[in-house]
Design a protein around this ligand. Structure first.
Ligand SMILES: NC(=O)c1ccc[n+]([C@@H]2O[C@H](COP(=O)([O-])OP(=O)(O)OC[C@H]3O[C@@H](n4cnc5c(N)ncnc54)[C@H](O)[C@@H]3O)[C@@H](O)[C@H]2O)c1
Length: 450
């Protein structure tokens, strides 16, 4: 049996979560044929891992400006896009035109024009785009889908979702490229695409209209100074600045071998500084956002994202016409100090009163009950392992009973909520998603979209 040929674009922190299973667990049926990144140093770091601890071998490494040569010379069947968000569309479109299928990390892209260009390229090429929405694949989130689909609380009419990013993981977005709207689309696109996709998928609904507010109230120099924290804004970055020693927002790239190899050593060839001061002046994204969505089938979502919280996780309440589901997951922080999924360092779990993850059903006129959810293990609530199986295993079924495969249209339905939110904040007006990117006007349910 010939192996499936994958090329990876973007060899930052995230790519390893998908490269590692490809070249270990799933190596008999798949092959990694090339890497592509702005930084030769970062690719060399990956190659050292491949030929060293991962027991694989070096693969050809193409700088970003030689992606065309990568496509011609290594002939991948699937290109896996894990680069910075504002570059996704370019790689997706060129891969589709070269006859490849694409798997892209979320967000599929960051604005409406790029989204329209991806949909057009998919139509012309007829190739497949999948968005790696790992949230859908975490067992406890799939359980909510199962409860809703079984009619446990009747028809869902409204959802409240509050997401908290803490001062470790949340702050990390303000150290990096995510802090610029032109590179991330703001966190309403970069981060909230997970949450909007989750609600779209749970409800099997297509978002129609959005109204939003957003402000920068915590990060950034002006906020630090106004709060009396101006001393935390004195240095441009943390690494190499001993005066930041006691700063709770400090990230020292010299402290771990992975950070040194992947980011510190690659500063010269990529210009990417991974540890900018979160209280610098050029941040142009919001750190608190509040938004209302109306779906084509009438449901309402009330959503908020807070990026400077002492704890991290989400609370969701789903109101149905036969009851209510309350769902919460509070997790330690996991992203900041880990490069390999196995290295995720969970900070102190919240106290017993917070109880980690649970789902409680409140049926109308009956006692409430807790729903048993199998404990999740592995990165991102167990989702990454299940998702990798769906990408790489020859035994993975072509369809999923819970509809967890997300194509380009479902990818668009999620980012468009955030893109419309940004438009709404900028113009202080409700935004109709159809005016940004028309998505099958006749479709009512998300599952009618690819
Ligand atoms: N689903 C999840 O849970 C999850 C988690 C983390 C990241 N992600 C996604 O994965 C992607 C990568 O995130 P990350 O955390 O690895 O970021 P990162 O900053 O560590 O890596 C980004 C990489 O993109 C490269 N890059 C930048 N411009 C490029 C260009 N023009 N061409 C090729 N490469 C370029 C950078 O050199 C860097 O290696 C993002 O889209 C992010 O949204 C998803």
């Amino acid at each position: 049996m010939s192996k499936h040929r994958f090329a990876f674009v973007g060899t930052g922190g995230r790519a390893l979560s998908f490269i590692e299973p490809l070249v270990t667990t799933y190596r008999d049926s798949n092959e990694l044929v090339a890497l592509c990144d702005l930084s030769p140093t970062r690719m060399a770091y990956y190659n050292a891992m491949l030929s060293g601890e991962l027991g694989y071998h070096n693969v050809p490494a193409y700088p970003a400006d030689r992606f065309g040569a990568l496509l011609r010379e290594t002939k991948p069947q699937t290109v896996f896009v894990c680069s910075k968000d504002d570059t996704h569309h370019d790689y997706i479109i060129r891969s589709l035109h070269a006859g490849c299928d694409v798997i892209t990390e979320k967000p599929m892209t960051i604005d409406a024009a790029k989204c329209r260009a991806i949909l057009a390229a998919q139509r012309t090429s007829g190739r497949r785009v999948r968005v790696a929405f790992n949230y859908r694949w975490a067992p406890f989130r799939t359980k909510v889908k199962e409860l809703i689909a079984a009619g446990t609380i009747g028809r869902i009419r409204s959802v409240n979702l509050e997401y908290l990013l803490d001062t470790n993981h949340g702050a990390d977005y303000f150290r990096r490229w995510h802090a610029h709207a032109a590179e991330s689309g703001t966190l309403l696109v970069h981060k909230s695409t997970h949450h909007f996709d989750l609600v779209n998928w749970w409800l099997d609904a297509i978002p129609q209209q959005v109204f939003a507010f957003g402000d920068l109230v915590f990060y950034g120099r002006a906020n630090a100074e106004a709060r009396g924290d101006g001393h935390l804004a004195r240095y441009p970055r943390y690494t190499g600045h001993p005066e930041s020693k006691n700063d709770p927002f400090r990230l020292d790239l010299d402290e771990s071998a992975a950070f040194r190899g992947l980011y510190r050593a690659a500063e010269e060839d990529s210009g990417y500084i991974r540890d900018h001061n979160v209280f610098r002046s050029d941040i142009d994204i919001y750190d608190q956002m509040s938004l209302n969505v109306r779906y084509r089938t009438g449901e309402l979502l009330t959503y908020s994202l807070t990026c400077y919280s002492p704890r991290e996780g989400m609370r969701v309440c789903l109101n149905g016409d036969r009851g209510r589901i309350e769902y919460q997951e509070f997790i330690g922080t996991h992203m900041n100090r880990a490069v390999r999924p196995g290295d995720f360092k969970l900070d102190q779990k919240p106290g017993a009163e917070a109880e980690g993850e649970w789902i409680r059903v409140y049926p109308h006129f009956k006692p409430s009950y807790l729903v048993n959810v199998p404990p999740a293990t592995g990165a991102h609530g167990g989702a990454d392992a299940v998702l990798s199986h769906s990408f790489y295993s020859p035994d993975a079924p072509a369809t999923d009973p819970w509809g967890r495969f997300a194509g380009h249209e479902q990818g668009a339905a999620s980012i468009l909520v955030g893109i419309a939110g940004v438009e709404s904040i900028r113009h202080n007006t409700p935004v109709n998603l159809h005016h940004l990117v028309p998505l099958r006007p006749e479709a009512k349910k998300l599952s009618e979209l690819v």
